[in-house]
Structure formats: structure tokens, C-alpha cells
Design a protein around this ligand. Sequence first.
Ligand SMILES: [Zn+2]
Length: 187
Amino acid sequence: MQGRVLLLNGSTWEPLAVISIARAISLIMAGKAVVVEESERVLRTVNTSFAVPSVIALRRYVNVPRRKAHWSRKGVLLRDNYTCIYCGVRPGDVVRGKTLTKMDFTVDHILPRSRNGKDNWTNTACACYSCNHRKGNRLPSEAGMKLRWEPRTPRTSYLVIAIGSGPDAWRHYIELDAANNPLDPDE
Ligand SMILES: [Zn+2]
């Protein structure tokens, strides 16, 4: 059976893995996990039918060592939900008569690479091409531009891509190191 299920840890509900539906169902049948969210699909057997889970959680907390955050361009775009860190536009927004798509966003280096800026979670953020171009090889302060939030290292970075490209219901479970809420834009 096609499909994937997000597995959360017990009690903390932090994402642990993306598993197959068969594995998820066997965990539930064994009493090791509970259903947190159901998908809209229904699985029918001879005697019964039930909703296919989309998110499940272990009944007990398991101690999992934190893996080191692996940086990637795709990971940065997903972490920032394709929102420009400078002007706040998102896919679907209309700018000068054009509806933006995910293709209109890139990864900006806060400290530019030409000035030794590194490829890491805190030095990179999603930006629209217009802001990325305007900033050029300058620091935001030199370009008179403000970050709308501070880029953070995701706690569960190794799962950001899997979760970010999964169903919307999963996005809720991406945890960041600290609040990643945009600052008040009027500040
Ligand atoms: Zn922008």
C-alpha cells in the first residue's frame, strides 16, 4: 500500500521518522503507537475498515540522540516555508502583476559567500529574487534591509525535507530550535 506516515516520539511528539503505512499499522496493532491524525483514505479488510493514519505517536518516549543538522538549500527553503526573509512575500502572492511560485525564491547568504559567508542554517534564509538581487554582496544593514526573523537551526533538520514535502498536516510537527515567528513587520 502506497503512502507514508509520520512517526512522533511519545510525550514530546517530536518527529522521529517517516515510515510506511504497513509499519505504522503494525505499531498500532501491537499497541506501541496511537493515531494522532488520520488521512482521508480508508483501508478495508474482510471484517473491518479504518482510516489510514497520517501521523502516529509512540506510546512511550524513546531516547534518540540528536543528529547534527545537515544543511541544504532545499532544507532552508522548506524551513522558511518559501517566505522571503526581507519582504515577506510567499508563493501565491502577486507582485507587479505576476503570481509568485516556488521557482521565484532562492537561498540568500546573510553574510555573502563572496565575503566568506558560510553555508549553514543561521547564515542562510529564503529570499525572493528581487530582494536577493537588491542586497547583492552586502550585509542587510549595508543594504538598508531588515531580517523579518532570525534564521535558526532546525532541531529536527534531518526530517525537515521529508516533512516539508509531505502532507500539510505534517508541517505542524517541524520543530525549530526556538520560535521562528516573523518579527513584527512594523518594527
Ligand atoms: Zn523579498
